[in-house]
Design a protein around this ligand. Structure first.
Ligand code: SAH
Length: 516
């Protein structure tokens, strides 16, 4: 019946040319995020920050085509051919580019070959660095009192080595001038504008790595621009802004007042748990990279679990014990294949702690008991007081479950414990995340919310020097695990994400004070 549609789908894939935005990850558009979440293949280059990769679905193929030390950039026609090849395989291909894909992004060129071969495509515009980098520096690119427009100009030389910019025409517009790719030609730009009659004291600014945690803003005037850039070792990627509006940066700067401005946080929690922490840190001004080093893999064709669910439906269990949010998710995914929450009607529920409780609440269930301390031994000891001879207990949980829970429960006579492994915890490195390089950065911290998170990180990145990791940890257990691996540790005693943010702020301040 669906044959016709299926044929069409199988035949060809599609390409989305997507703007990733200027740097800070949350500046991608909603549409860009949706398209990424659905991608089979993502082809990206150097301007795309690593944080973006957490938006990809698991298993998506990642292809880097940018420049990296020692490697040459993939040639443009090779990139075009790659997009075509993947689309012809029937894949959903995202070509992810920094800023807006059509602004100095060669987006147009990449589409030509697709058009020729009848491949469908869509364009998802992005927030361009030409406007966003100035905005994050407090520079409005137009202002009614100072200019009638803005010009965005490339500072990239043509293949014949010339810059080929009509400086006279530009100077006459009175527009704010925004130069991209202008760091290696800044001298030609400045001289060109001065010769064209622009005043030497025209305000100017360089915004380096705009919108990222490493953003730097240098304000000066036209005649001093080169000198200031060199004295401060300003580097690409940077935009150069010239015009009266550049002079507003001092008054309109806003980013410095965010408490975590300039801080980069690597969040290592499993994907399902990291977004709350990540968005809280972003609101405080940090750049966040989500690198889930721990993944959850449900055990496939789990006969023991299926049998247990049948018994549950017959009222065979007095208690079900849930020991992690992932445990709740995996259990209910299996349950819902053959039943719904009413299967639990006659059964009491024990949850190990807040996260587990929250996950249950999403399914309309309240826990009947939560231990006074959130660990396996306390849970076992306190639950065993509520048990009666003959009770049968279901514990669906990780294959590496905590033994203390069972030890405590086994002290009660004449009960049956069905401890069933429902998922494996796997450690994996994100291929796009160069941990050793990223964590060497003085403003980059790793955040750990559990000892298993620390172990996950160390297992995922075994070859790096862990002593260079600056670790912000929740709780003494997490901290002592991090110390065991030689990490530099700041610990937040309270198991609250906001206190983790406070500790991060303190750590970053301590380090920058030391430097100063
Ligand atoms: N399509 C991109 C521009 C690509 S050209 C966009 O719309 O932003 C590359 C140039 O963009 C760099 O040389 C630099 O001038 C500028 N650029 C990109 N990201 C930047 C950033 N985060 N801060 C400042 N300039 C940036």
């Amino acid at each position: 019946m669906n044959n016709k549609n299926e044929c069409v789908n199988i035949k060809k894939g599609k390409v989305w040319l997507v703007g990733a935005g200027p740097g800070e990850m949350s500046l991608i558009t909603l549409k860009g995020r949706d398209v990424l979440a659905d991608a089979d293949v993502v082809v990206y280059d150097a301007l795309v920050r690593g944080g973006m990769m957490s938006l990809l679905p698991e298993g998506a193929e990642l292809i880097y085509v940018g420049k990296r030390a020692g490697n040459h950039t993939m040639k443009q026609d090779e990139i075009n051919a790659l997009l075509l090849e993947k689309a012809l395989e029937g894949k959903k291909v995202v070509r992810l580019k920094g800023g807006d894909p059509f602004l100095f992004g060669r987006g147009g060129e990449e589409l030509e070959l697709l058009v020729k071969n009848g491949i469908d495509f869509e364009i998802v515009p992005g927030v361009t660095s030409a406007f966003a980098a100035p905005a994050y520096a407090g520079i409005p690119v137009t202002h009614r009192d100072y200019c009638r427009g803005v010009s965005v100009i490339t500072g990239h030389r043509k293949s014949n080595g010339c810059l080929d910019v009509n400086f006279k025409a530009l100077a006459e517009t009175g527009n704010t001038l925004v130069f991209l790719m202008g760091m290696s030609t800044k001298e030609i730009i400045v001289n060109g504008l001065l010769e064209a009659g622009m005043a030497g004291d025209t305000p100017a600014a360089i915004v380096e790595k705009g919108t990222t945690s490493s953003q730097r803003v240098l304000t000066t005037d036209l005649v001093h621009l080169v000198e200031i850039a060199e004295a401060n070792h300003a580097e690409a990627p940077a935009v150069i802004v010239i015009g009266h509006t550049a002079g507003l940066a001092e008054r309109l700067k806003w980013r410095d007042s965010l408490p975590l401005n300039g801080v980069r946080a690597v969040v290592t929690r499993p994907k399902e748990l990291s977004s709350g922490l990540a968005s809280m840190l972003r609101k405080k001004g940090a750049e966040v990279i989500e690198v889930p080093v721990i993944g959850i893999e449900p055990i496939p064709d789990n006969d023991r679990l299926r049998d247990a669910i049948s018994l549950l439906k017959e009222g065979g269990y007095k208690w079900i014990v849930l020991t992690s949010p992932s445990g709740v998710r995996v259990f209910f995914d299996e349950l819902m294949k053959t039943a719904d929450v009413r299967a639990l009607a006659g059964c009491r529920i024990a949850a190990i702690g807040k996260g587990t409780e929250t996950e249950l609440a999403k399914r309309g269930l309240l826990a009947d008991m939560i231990p006074s301390k959130f660990d396996g031994r306390t849970l076992g000891a306190e639950l065993s007081r509520l048990l009666e001879p003959g009770d049968r207990i279901l514990i669906p949980r990780a294959s590496i479950g905590n033994k203390a829970l069972n030890e405590e429960l086994s002290k009660v006579n004449d009960i049956i414990i069905d401890d069933i492994a429902t998922y494996d915890t796997v450690y994996r490195a994100a291929e796009w995340f160069d941990a050793a390089k990223e964590l060497a950065d003085p403003e980059t911290f790793a955040l750990f919310t559990s000892a298993s998170g620390v172990r996950g990180f160390v297992n995922a990145y075994p070859d790096m020097d862990h002593s260079m990791v600056k670790a912000i940890c929740i709780g003494a257990m997490t901290a002592s695990e991090a110390e065991k691996h030689g990490m530099k540790v700041w610990v937040s005693e309270e198991a609250m994400l906001t206190s983790l943010a406070d500790r991060l702020m303190q750590a970053s301040k301590e380090l920058s004070d030391n430097e100063g």
